[in-house]
Design a protein around this ligand. Sequence first.
Ligand SMILES: *Cc1c(COP(=O)(O)O)cnc(C)c1O
Length: 370
Amino acid sequence: MQVPFLDLKSQYDSIQAEVTAAMQQVFDSCSFIGGEPLATFERDFAQFCGARYALGLANGTDALHLLLRAMGVGPGDEVITAANSFIASASCIVMAGASPVFVDADATTYTIEPAAIEAAITPRTKAIIPVHLYGQPADMRPIMELAARHDLQVIEDAAQAHGAEYEDQRVGSIGHAASFSFYPGKNLGAYGDGGAITTDDATLVERLKALRDHGRTSKYEHAIVGYNSRLDSLQASVLSVKLKYLDGWNRQRQQVAAWYAEALATSDFVLPSVRPGSTHIYHLYVVRVERREALQKHLAEAGIASGIHYPLPLHLQPAFQELGYKPGDMPNTDAAAGQLLSLPIFPEMTQAQVVYVAEAVRTFEAATVV
Ligand SMILES: *Cc1c(COP(=O)(O)O)cnc(C)c1O
């Protein structure tokens, strides 16, 4: 048996006729930028998130970057984000001209630790970017409370968590604004690059509409220097088809996670932990293991793909070297980085595949008992 890390092909096969019809409509209209497919997707995605507005952008990194710009964050400002995340959660801050300040993760959910955020606030702090990591929301209630106390903007990085809930609120409707990525491997993935922001703030939306489209106020009038960062109509049409299935796909991921929890109950793994009051939509199924490299090799020999998210935390990335962080600065993140392992998970994964992975784990553990 082969178990891929994710299987975009079987998902495509299940919606192929609908996707082809939606894309054909765009071809027939020859309206490739803006227009009806984008407006429809933006309306439906805002509704899905429980936010007043959604705006499509070229990718999730631009969504973060342009939100910071629209909020007036720039040179001299600090923005707090998670040390345990993908590079874009912090590179966006540098793109805006501000300085990233990293904080540690909670030891069991691996999401950003609210108490560590508060400790990192300085007079220069302007915003916080909590990351809904692996598909689980960050602990947003204390984050929104401390942001209100210190008058800070909160941008949810929801690139891994489309549809996840925190205390009955969907991500994308909790912070002052949120960013999403539609990179093909995300829970809601386009057939190319894509991203979006959500917010209830009409002023922010007007600024972002200009920022994503050359600073335009009319066809040939540019009020500000903007960017070219639009979600094109073909991607919007694909995303509208896929959005209808997203809740179902997320439930299937939760079913796969439940199968894993059962099949791995007797293993030495530390399994994913879900914060009470939150839902986890398992963009990734991340366990904690000893002897990770040997296990990965054993799994690969059995035809099972796996990944590491993330082997090198952001505060130790060469790109951020000049910020002066060192190993041990983020104790929970640094301890986890050597042990985290992402097992295959995707909506179409079968129970037989899960059992096969668990069996390979058992043979590994049996062969290496001391
Ligand atoms: C994927 C991702 C992004 C960036 O999205 P792109 O669309 O690839 O630019 C940002 N933050 C996190 C946590 C991500 O996983």
